[in-house]
Design a protein around this ligand. Structure first.
Ligand SMILES: Nc1ncnc2c1ncn2[C@@H]1O[C@H](COP(=O)(O)OP(=O)(O)OP(=O)(O)O)[C@@H](O)[C@H]1O
Length: 506
């Protein structure tokens, strides 16, 4: 028996094969898009803390990943025998095939989405929360775009799998490529030649779509983009157009009521008491540095001040109004309003990795609809100039040094014009030569009268910039004193001596 190449080539002139190609592309694309969307819903349900959502989602994934597609196809196509009402949809081979493919793919896509969602660092969500962006806003603006980018290569691969799986739909008489080929070789008995033609058609479709999807993947890949630094001339031109908007200046006067009153704050992780009856008043314009040994509760304390951690007991009063309390006493509206007055800068910067520097600054004001688009951009550029990073406005966070990223993070916090800024060890993740540039920006904020609460291990900085230094140990405040009082040596109590030793002054 001779292999008939002429016949193989002739298969590419047959209209019915090209029509079958359109069917394969249509059913695969629809199954991919619908599976992707439905899969996202299933993944979100599976990750929910509500068991009535996560359990059915887990069962769905388990079941549809276990059932072979061929079995599902034949079952779905024959379902109208039991439920005639489904005949207009499931009696149509294309629709029955599409439903089966979507049901199966959604189960796989759900796991791909879940992987992507879990890969987005917790700090990204926390940064969104600290900018008072609601849960859905954080998902839509911060988490999903990043998760999607992470999952893109696997999802591209899944599209190729669907194209190949679509050949199974031939089992329910849909005229796709394999079915057309089968019909042909049952008439002319040229099995190998026909199947080779079918295989080439599949390879062509897969190659075409892989190329398109890889191109899209590349376009979405911010890590391959060239850094765009503005020239000096461009910066000078921009600077002439920038003016500080009044919103960035502090409007509240020093004095009564205190900016923050911490009243009996208590928190435990399990049986470990991390905060023990913390009481403190912080006036507007005060700069308070919190120091203390590792594990003493400093970070936990400032995280409770903007609801990143819950309290077991006690209350935080913000400008005379109740702000944070234990969950059962929390007033959501008051809390939301208060959050806009408190900004937070994190140890690991937590810049939004998928946004440029400028977009990082504009995101929260745009979400809260604080300014027009143009004013928002003006304000963002003004703040970038203030922290010395105007030239880097169009770069992505990974294209900046650690010190620069932290200065952007400070500018991003300032974009919401908070009255108080919390700093959680802002220089701990930096190389020594970058520490100074960040401390200088914080020093400037202190000079401008901004209320700052800074958890820090930079003792000289704490002494030079603070109105008060608070030493925490074992979840409690041991000393709260001005730098002068600490340096004067008048008080030689055990805790002052311990504080001086801790600061390297003794
Ligand atoms: N999510 C958590 N679950 C359980 N324990 C926690 C959690 N977060 C913090 N802790 C514990 O709470 C204590 C205080 O932690 P915290 O991070 O507030 O200390 P810290 O003074 O800021 O330390 P460092 O200077 O090392 O950052 C530590 O013993 C820590 O192990």
């Amino acid at each position: 028996m001779e292999f008939d190449w002429q016949y193989v080539f002739s298969l590419f002139t047959l209209k019915m094969f090209w029509q079958a190609c359109v069917t394969v592309i249509a059913i695969s694309s629809l199954a991919w898009v619908l599976g992707l969307m439905f899969g996202f819903v299933v993944a979100s349900a599976k990750m929910s803390s509500y068991r009535w959502l996560s359990l059915p989602a887990s069962l769905y994934i388990w079941f549809f990943r276990s059932v072979p597609l061929l079995v599902l196809l034949v079952f779905t196509y024959n379902l109208p025998q039991l439920f005639p009402v489904t005949r207009p949809v499931l009696g149509v081979p294309f629709l029955a095939g599409l439903v089966s493919l979507v049901l199966t793919e959604a189960a796989y896509m759900a796991e791909i989405h879940r992987g992507g969602l879990l890969s987005v660092a917790k700090g990204q969500r926390e940064a969104g929360h600290a900018l008072n962006i609601g849960f859905l806003g954080v998902q839509r603006l911060i988490v999903i775009p990043q998760a999607f980018r992470i999952s893109m290569p696997t999802m591209t691969n899944e599209f190729v799998t669907i194209i190949k799986l679509s050949s199974l739909v031939s089992a329910i008489s849909l005229p796709e490529l394999l079915q057309v080929g089968q019909r042909l070789y049952s008439e002319n008995f040229m099995v190998l030649e026909t199947l080779l033609g079918v295989a080439i058609y599949y390879v062509l479709i897969v190659t075409l779509f892989s190329t398109i999807l890889q191109f899209l993947e590349k376009r979405l890949d911010i890590f391959s983009r060239k850094p765009q630094t503005l020239t000096e001339a461009e910066c000078d031109h921009l600077k002439t157009q920038l003016a500080a908007t009044p919103k960035t200046e502090t409007t509240v006067q020093k004095g009564i009521p205190p900016a923050l009153q911490l009243q009996g704050l208590t928190k435990a992780y399990g049986s470990h008491q991390v905060l023990k009856d913390i009481n403190m008043n912080i006036n507007m314009g005060d700069v308070v540095s919190i120091i203390g040994p590792s594990g003493s509760g400093k970070t936990t304390l400032i995280r409770t001040l903007n609801t990143l951690e819950t309290l077991d007991d006690g209350e935080v009063v913000l400008f005379g109004e109740s702000f944070v309390a234990k969950p059962s006493q929390l007033n959501a509206a008051q809390c939301k309003a208060g959050m806009l007055r408190i900004g937070m800068v994190f140890q690991n910067f937590n810049l939004f990795a998928h946004k440029t520097v400028l977009q990082n600054l504009m995101l929260a004001p745009s979400y809260h609809k604080l300014y027009s688009e143009q004013d928002n951009q003006q304000q963002a550029l003004y703040l970038l100039d203030r922290v010395g990073l105007l030239a880097h406005a169009h770069k992505y966070p990974h294209q900046l040094s650690g010190g620069q990223q932290q200065r952007v993070a400070i500018a991003r916090t300032l974009a919401l014009a908070p009255d108080i800024i919390l700093f959680d060890e802002p220089t701990s993740a930096l190389d020594p030569e970058m520490v100074g540039e960040v401390l200088k920006v914080i020093q400037d904020l202190a000079k401008d009268g901004m209320t700052l609460i800074i958890v820090t291990h930079e003792m000289d900085f704490a002494l030079s910039v603070s109105d008060r230094i608070v030493m925490m140990e074992d979840g409690a405040i041991k000393v709260s004193a001005s730098p002068q009082a600490i340096l004067d040596l008048d008080n030689d109590s055990y805790h002052y001596a311990r504080l001086r030793a801790f600061m390297g002054l003794a």
